[in-house]
Each structure stands twice: as structure tokens, then as C-alpha cells.
Design a protein around this ligand. Structure first.
Ligand SMILES: O=C(NCC(=O)N1CCC[C@H]1C(=O)O)OCc1ccccc1
Length: 724
């Protein structure tokens, strides 16, 4: 596409910071202020440059058409029951946001209960959290704008669909949990920011500190809400509350970061002399009992029978297990379901009175079982194909449950299990059909790649059947590698279009740092061992080349957020290995990430540059600090960075845009504009979306437009040709 004319962003060489005796320059520090005119100009320059490149990517409109066509199919989420009503989310296909429906029975006439599409012209208001009261009288729901993490909670009466005046602001990282009397619900929030004036919530970068747990009484003003808990001595703590099915307890989990560990407190609200009412006037916190007051392990309550509680935990069990304790004797813990040898216990949910549905991850594939809640013994194995359970709709009182399932070649199936009789009676409740998608054209493999240190790394490979392994295929390799997140098989419209119309091979590498093999796998890709993630991803790429799927100039790597860090680090370390790189909302400044919004919570995986030992880990791979001219490293070879697109959005307050903007300016300077004649002919561009955030809640059209742009860029850079 010919030489690019990059703008030369100002470098402020006066910004040099001392980290434990090491001087680190930060010439693009000024890009950290989203409100500065200079930053807005920088963004506009980048938008223009990127548009000029995308206009030459000739598959863009064909991709847009095909992705739109394939996306235009009805999608449903598993229904859930409250009172005697059923609720479910549904998108007819191209609606900006999916819509919440209510029915009087499973086959009753569905009625629209809440349509977020009616709440904004451009579909940028999304439904982020919701909770229906036990008697199905009220719906409490959280709305977020432009993809920000900030939420405003509203309440609706379900019978007449009237929105109540209740409005709760400054909610973030919160669930909604009703008391069984339906008088109100628990939720979490941050103190309102000082200067609210010109604030466009979601574009600010201030740190989120001093989370608080509140109880809202229906019909009252937020200023009358009861402050139930906060911890002024621990500003990083985050609180989440759930009310037990029997209504007797409110359970609170306390986290101080993203590790799967939490403190566990409970309050017997049924024993409060005047209930929660008694706290309306006083300004004292709820009397919580500290069952677990350390961060040694994760404790998540599954069910209780009065004071006898069942937990899923990773205490001395990195692959998790089920344990039981009586609150009256908290020193005695018994094992209900011991840790499995090989498989990771992923979830457990009480159902059908005294049973539970349990899901395991076994070599990145799901196993689903019904077990006895009392004894833990196995009752039924529920048969499911290779794929992912992406939703379990079941409560202890339900004997009719719904399981969402998806896989690379299965757009979506909702199974219905009736547990009333002995053996579960399974039927397909809904099957998502994608017109024009023929699964028989494709094949899914799972291979195990040896990483640099010999560790076996699972990788899924999805390709059209019977391709010749002659290294000729454009290949998209996707990864994440952090925060105990497992990448399990799921259907993707855009990647299906790439396989069908660009002959692309699509791969997911289950690299260390994820949760695929439990907490040991997560830890093996965290803190001092973060380099393992990059080694694993590089080994996966090398496998795809040596096995004949592709070649460096045809290989594109893609990742988002922590996966954007993965991409950023890998192109710095092996610029020769890839033809294209797509990094979405990446964490790129590893020395400063903890200063912005919720970044402080990620030190559990990354460490923090305030600490000398941890600074030494971070400076070695931080994308922003490791951009080097490859042709200078290897003068003998014609090396350059792959064609690179950094994607971010103005309302991303999870990973603030400054990460991508600073890396973009740094790469364009070091590789392009600082040289008369630069060997870097592959484009280094940024795609900066407006009125969008980290990803959640993004309207359909914005998702389609972004996919069209990034994959048209990839197709052009890999010289992939269109197949009709
Ligand atoms: O920060 C995260 N999640 C991690 C996250 O979003 N990360 C972690 C790294 C960058 C980005 C990503 O990969 O999406 O969620 C907020 C939260 C809620 C409760 C307790 C702790 C934190």
C-alpha cells in the first residue's frame, strides 16, 4: 500500500523517572490526558492515517457484507425462572443490543420487558447487570453507556413494566442481590468523584479506590441507602454480596485483586433485631462474622442448609474441590468432592432440591455431571460434545434447568434437562442456526505443542477440511494467557467468514496464565513467570509454521487486553515470526498500569513497578519499553515489525486508551519517523473507536465494523485472496 506519512508526535524528553535507581524515559507521558487538545489532535491524525490504509484494503466491504449476513441470525440466552415467570435475552440478529423478554410460562407469549435499544439513538446504552426479585415483582437492572464500566441501576415493576424513580449512580464492579422480602437489594459502588461537572463517565483515568457495599430500599433515594460495609484501611478491596436462597444470610466476598482468592464474611440478617430497617437511621456497618479473614484461597458458597454451608474452593486444591462447614463450628471443614487428579472443577450449582450440577474442564473441554448435594456422589454424566458450557440457568428449587452450549462449529444450543424423574430427560430447547454456515466444510483439531521449557500447550486448530499443509494458508492465532481465564471453544461469525472466504486457518493457543489446568497453570504464567506466556505463544506460532499450516508472512496474531499485552510483547521479541499483529485494548505500559482506574487490581498477575524485584520483571517485557529496530539487531537479515494495528476506544475505562496511544507513538517514532529511509514498510497504525469501551456492551454495528476493518487489514497484509 506504499509508504505511509506518519505524523510526528511531540516527544517530551524532560519526562524521565527513577525506578529503583534505573532512569526510564517516558516522552509520550502527555498522551495520558484524554481531555488535552493535543491528545485529541494526535487521535484524529491516527484516525485519518488508519482510514487511508483501510481504504486500500479491498476485502473490507465484502467482509462487512458477509459478516453482517452471517451475523443476522436469531440468538437466545438460556431462560431463567423467577416466581412463576420465565425471562430470557434475545437478539433477532442485527439489533444493536439484545432484548429482555418475559413469559408467563415456558411456552407463553413472550413480551418485551426491557429493550435497551430504545434507550439510545445509536445503541450505545447496554444492559450490563440485572436481577429479578424472588417473587418476580421487580426487575433491578444496570445500564452502561458507551461501553464504560460505570453502571446506573434502575428498577422496573414487572406487571405493568413501569420504571420506578429509583436511580443508583457510581455503581461499578457490582452485582445486584435482592433480599427475599423484595424490599430492596445489595449492590456495590464507589464514592462519587469530586469534580463531576464536565465528566464524561468512562473517559477519565482516575484510580477506582474505596469500594463500598450498600443496601437500597425500594422507593427510596440513593442518599438514604444503608452503607453495609467498607474498609478505609484497604482502598483496593472490592466487595460483592449475595443473599442465600433461604433469605437468612447475606454473604460477602472480599477481593483485593484478580487472583482467585477472597475473604468470606457473612451476616445473619434474619437475626437482626429490626432487620435492615434498623440500620436506616444509624450510620453503623452491618455486623458481619469473619468466617475467612485472609487471602489464602477462594471460597464461593454453593448452597446452605441453615448453618451448614457448601463451598467451592481452591484451598490446598489448585484444581478446586467442594468442602462443607457448619458456621457453628468453623474450625471443622470436611471434603464433599475432593480435587480431581486431572480435571479442573469449574463450577457447581445446587439444583432440584438436593442435587448439584457440576462442570469440569478436561483438557480444555467441558464435562457436565449431576451429583448428590449431600454426599457428592455421582448420579449422572450429562453427554455434551467438545465445546463450552456458556450458561447454566438453575436454582436449587428448579427441577427444570437450561444449559447453554457452544463450540467452534456449533453456533449455540440450549439444552433443557428435566430432573424430576430419576434419569435426566434432555431435550434441545433452542438451537441457534446460522444460515449459510455449513459445519461439514470445517474440521477442528486439538494439538499439544512443546513450549520452550518443554511444557505441553494445548492448541485448537479450525480449518476447512482437507487443506494441504504446504504453508500457504493465512493463519490467525489468538491468545490471552492470564487472570485464570480459560479460552474454551466458541463460535465466531467473523472467524467463520475468514475461513470460508479467505481460506484462513483459525487457532486458539491455551497458553499458561489461563485457568485451563487450574491455579498452577495460572501461576505458571504470572508475576516472575509471565515470560512463559510469550514463550508458549511463540512456540504455538512456530508449530503452525513447522507443521505446514502457514508461514511467517501469512501468520497473524491477535489478542485483547491482557491478550493485547501478549501480542505487544511477542512482536517486540520475535518481529520476524509474524506478518500481521492485531492488539485490542492492550496493557502496554507495564510500569504505570496500576495508576489508572482498576489497573491496581492486576498486580496479582503482573506485580508492580513500585517494588524493585517486580520492576525488574516488568521492564523486561513491557511492550512500551521494548520496541527496538530489528534491522539493527540482525543487520544480516531484512527484518522489520509485522504490520500492526493497535485497537482502542475512548470510553475504555478498564484498560485506558493511553496504553495503546503511547505504544503507537513509540513504534511509529522508533521504527518509522526517526529515520530518513526506514526499512519499516509494514504499516503501524491505530484504530480508535468513539463512544465505545473495553468491549462489553458494544452494539452490533460497531462490532461488525471493527471486525471488517481489522480483518481487511489482516487480509491485505497477508496477501490473502478472496474466495467467493
Ligand atoms: O479488572 C478486572 N478484571 C481484569 C481485567 O479486566 N483485565 C486484566 C488485564 C487487563 C484486563 C483484561 O485482560 O481484560 O475486573 C474488575 C475487577 C472486579 C472485581 C475484582 C477485581 C477486578
Amino acid at each position: 500500500i506504499g509508504p505511509l506519512l506518519y505524523s510526528t508526535a511531540r516527544r517530551d524528553d524532560s519526562v524521565v523517572e527513577d525506578y529503583h535507581g534505573v532512569q526510564i524515559a517516558d516522552p509520550y507521558r502527555w498522551l495520558e490526558d484524554p481531555d488535552a487538545d493535543e491528545v485529541k489532535e494526535f487521535v484524529q491524525e491516527q484516525v485519518k492515517l488508519t482510514e487511508s490504509v483501510l481504504q486500500k484494503c479491498d476485502t473490507r466491504e465484502k467482509l462487512r457484507a458477509k459478516i453482517t449476513e452471517l451475523f443476522d441470525h436469531p440468538r437466545y440466552e438460556p431462560p431463567f425462572k423467577r416466581g412463576n415467570k420465565y425471562f430470557y435475552n434475545h437478539n433477532t440478529g442485527l439489533q444493536a443490543q439484545s432484548v429482555l423478554y418475559v413469559q408467563d410460562s415456558l411456552d407463553g407469549e413472550p413480551e418485551v420487558l426491557l429493550d435497551p435499544n430504545a434507550l439510545s439513538e445509536d445503541g450505545t446504552v447496554s444492559l450490563s447487570i440485572l436481577s429479578v426479585s424472588k417473587d418476580a415483582k421487580y426487575l433491578a437492572y444496570g445500564l452502561s453507556s458507551s461501553g464504560s464500566d460505570w453502571v446506573t441501576i434502575k428498577v422496573m415493576r414487572i406487571d405493568d413494566k413501569k420504571t420506578e424513580p429509583d436511580t443508583l449512580s457510581w455503581v461499578k464492579f457490582s452485582s445486584i442481590s435482592w433480599t427475599v422480602d423484595g424490599k430492596g437489594f445489595f449492590y456495590s459502588r464507589y464514592p462519587a468523584p469530586k469534580e463531576v461537572g464536565s465528566l464524561d463517565a468512562g473517559t477519565e483515568t482516575n484510580a477506582n479506590l474505596y469500594h463500598e457495599l450498600y443496601y437500597h430500599f425500594l422507593g427510596s433515594d440513593q442518599s438514604d441507602d444503608v452503607l453495609c460495609w467498607r474498609d478505609q484501611d484497604h482502598p483496593k478491596y472490592l466487595f460483592s454480596a449475595t443473599v442465600t436462597d433461604d433469605g437468612k444470610y447475606v454473604l460477602m466476598e472480599i477481593e483485593e485483586g484478580c487472583d482467585p482468592v477472597n475473604k468470606f464474611y457473612y451476616c445473619n440478617i434474619s437475626a437482626l433485631p429490626n432487620g435492615l430497617e434498623g440500620f436506616r437511621e444509624k450510620n453503623e456497618l452491618l455486623p458481619f462474622t469473619k468466617l475467612i479473614d485472609d487471602f489464602d484461597a477462594q471460597y464461593h458458597a454453593i448452597a446452605n442448609d441453615d448453618t451448614l454451608f457448601t463451598f467451592i474452593t481452591n484451598k490446598n486444591a489448585p484444581k478446586y474441590k467442594l468442602v462443607r462447614v457448619d458456621l457453628n463450628d468453623p474450625s471443622v471443614w470436611t471434603e464433599l468432592l475432593p480435587e480431581s487428579e486431572k480435571d479442573v472443577l469449574e463450577s457447581a450449582c445446587a439444583v432440584n432440591g438436593d442435587q448439584m450440577i457440576v462442570s469440569f474442564l478436561s483438557d480444555v473441554k467441558y464435562v457436565l455431571q449431576i451429583r448428590d448435594l449431600k454426599s457428592g456422589s455421582l448420579l449422572h454424566q450429562l453427554p455434551i460434545d467438545i465445546g463450552s458450557v456458556d450458561g447454566i440457568s438453575a436454582r436449587r428449587e428448579d427441577s427444570l434447568i437450561f444449559i447453554g452450549f457452544t463450540s467452534f462449529l456449533t453456533p449455540g444450543i440450549i439444552y433443557q434437562y428435566n430432573l424430576k424423574s430419576g434419569t435426566p430427560d434432555m431435550k434441545i430447547f433452542r438451537e441457534i442456526v446460522v444460515p449459510g454456515f455449513d459445519r461439514s466444510e470445517f474440521h477442528v483439531d486439538q494439538v499439544f505443542v512443546r513450549s520452550k521449557d518443554g511444557t505441553k500447550i494445548p492448541m485448537f486448530i479450525v480449518a476447512r477440511k482437507n487443506i494441504v499443509l504446504d504453508g500457504s494458508h493465512p493463519c490467525l492465532l489468538y491468545g490471552y494467557g492470564g487472570f485464570n481465564i480459560s479460552l474454551t471453544p466458541y463460535f465466531s461469525v467473523s472467524r467463520t467468514v475468514l475461513a470460508r472466504h479467505l481460506g484462513a486457518v483459525f487457532c486458539i493457543a491455551n497458553i499458561r496464565g489461563g485457568g485451563e489446568y487450574g491455579e498452577e497453570w495460572h501461576k505458571a504464567g504470572s508475576l516472575a513467570k509471565k515470560q512463559n506466556c510469550f514463550d508458549d505463544f511463540i512456540s504455538s506460532a512456530e508449530y503452525l509454521i513447522s507443521a505446514g499450516y502457514t508461514q511467517p508472512s501469512k501468520l497473524c496474531i491477535e489478542g485483547g487486553s491482557n491478550g493485547g499485552l501478549l501480542v505487544g510483547a511477542c512482536i517486540n521479541q520475535r518481529p520476524d515470526l509474524f506478518g500481521c499483529a492485531l492488539a485490542h485494548v492492550g496493557v502496554m505500559d507495564m510500569l504505570r498500569f496500576h495508576k489508572f482506574t482498576i489497573g491496581h487490581a492486576w498486580t496479582s498477575d503482573y506485580g508492580c513497578s513500585d517494588n524493585e524485584e517486580e520492576f525488574k520483571w516488568l521492564i523486561k517485557y513491557s511492550p512500551l519499553h521494548n520496541v527496538k529496530r530489528p534491522w539493527e539487531q540482525h543487520p544480516d537479515r531484512l527484518l522489520q515489525y509485522p504490520s500492526t494495528m493497535l485497537l482502542t476506544a475512548d470510553h475504555d475505562d478498564r484498560v485506558v486508551p493511553l496504553h495503546s496511544l503511547k505504544l503507537l507513538a513509540t513504534m511509529q517514532y522508533i521504527l518509522c519517523t526517526s529515520l530518513e529511509k526506514s526499512p519499516q514498510t509494514n504499516p503501524i497504525i491505530g484504530r480508535i473507536e468513539c463512544k465505545a469501551g473495553h468491549g462489553a456492551g458494544r452494539p452490533t454495528q460497531k462490532m461488525i465494523d471493527e471486525a471488517s476493518d481489522r480483518y481487511a487489514f489482516m487480509a491485505k497484509m497477508l496477501a490473502a485472496t478472496w474466495i467467493n
